[in-house]
Design a protein around this ligand. Structure first.
Ligand SMILES: [Ca+2]
Length: 216
C-alpha cells in the first residue's frame, strides 16, 4: 500500500510537470519582449540600425526596430540568439512582426531558425513541420511579412524544425531582408522552446516510476 502511494505521488508529479510545460515557462529567449533593451540579443545593422523603439509594442512598451535604411540591397539587418543543440532536437520559434507602411518592393521580414555544425556552416533542417524549409539559405522560416501584408498590424509568424546530423547550435533570427533599403520592420514577443516539452517530461515521470518499483 505504501508503494502504491509512492507510485500515485510520482504520477501526480508527472501531471504537475506536464501542466507546467503547457504554461510556456520554457522560453529559451532572453528578454523576449525587448523591455530590457537589447539584453540577450546579438544585433548587426549591416549599414542600417537595430534598436528598441516605443513607436509600436505588441507586449509591454517596447519592440525591436530593424531599420534597413542605409543597408545595401539584400544586406539584411538582423538580431539573434544562439543555443547549444544536437541532432534530433526539435524547436518551435514564433513572434510578431509589424510594418508601418505596406512594403513597396521585394523586401520582407521573417523569423528564421538556423542549425549549424562545429565548423559554423548552416545546415539544412532534418524536417520542418511549421513554416517553410529554405534549402538555398539553409534554415526553417516563418511565413514572411512582405508586400502582401497589412500595415500597422502585428502579424504572427512561427516555424518548427528538427536539427539534422552534426548540429552543435541553433540560432533564432529576426531579419529585415531588404531588397531596396526600404525602412523599418518591428519585432516583439519572441518565443523559442524545445519540443516536444510535454513528452520529455512525461518520460522523466515514467523513469521516476521505474525507480520506485526497483526500490520496492
Ligand atoms: Ca515588448
Amino acid at each position: 500500500m505504501i508503494a502504491r502511494n509512492k507510485i500515485i505521488t510520482s504520477l501526480a508529479c508527472g501531471v504537475i510537470a506536464l501542466a507546467t510545460a503547457t504554461t510556456g515557462v520554457a522560453n529559451l529567449i532572453v528578454n523576449p519582449s525587448f523591455e530590457d533593451g537589447l539584453t540577450g540579443w546579438t544585433v548587426d545593422g549591416k549599414g542600417g540600425t537595430v534598436e528598441t523603439s516605443t513607436a509600436y509594442a505588441q507586449s509591454g512598451t517596447l519592440s525591436l526596430a530593424i531599420d534597413a535604411t542605409g543597408a545595401g540591397a539584400w544586406a539584411s539587418p538582423e538580431a539573434f540568439q544562439s543555443f547549444a543543440a544536437s541532432e534530433g532536437d526539435e524547436f518551435y520559434f514564433s513572434g510578431y512582426m509589424l510594418t508601418p507602411t505596406v512594403i513597396p518592393n521585394a523586401s520582407f521580414g521573417v523569423l528564421k531558425m538556423v542549425f549549424r555544425n562545429a565548423g559554423g556552416a548552416d545546415l539544412v533542417p532534418a524536417s520542418v513541420s511549421l513554416g517553410n524549409l529554405n534549402i538555398a539559405f539553409p534554415g526553417a522560416e516563418s511565413d514572411p511579412l512582405d508586400s502582401s501584408g497589412p500595415a500597422e498590424t502585428w502579424v504572427f509568424g512561427e516555424t518548427q524544425a528538427v536539427a539534422p546530423a552534426d548540429t552543435v547550435s541553433v540560432s533564432f533570427y529576426l531579419l529585415n531582408v531588404n531588397s531596396a533599403s526600404s525602412g523599418t520592420i518591428y519585432f516583439d514577443t519572441i518565443t523559442a522552446v524545445p519540443e516536444p516539452t510535454s513528452l520529455a517530461l512525461l518520460g522523466l515521470g515514467l523513469l521516476g516510476l521505474k525507480g520506485i518499483r526497483r526500490r520496492k
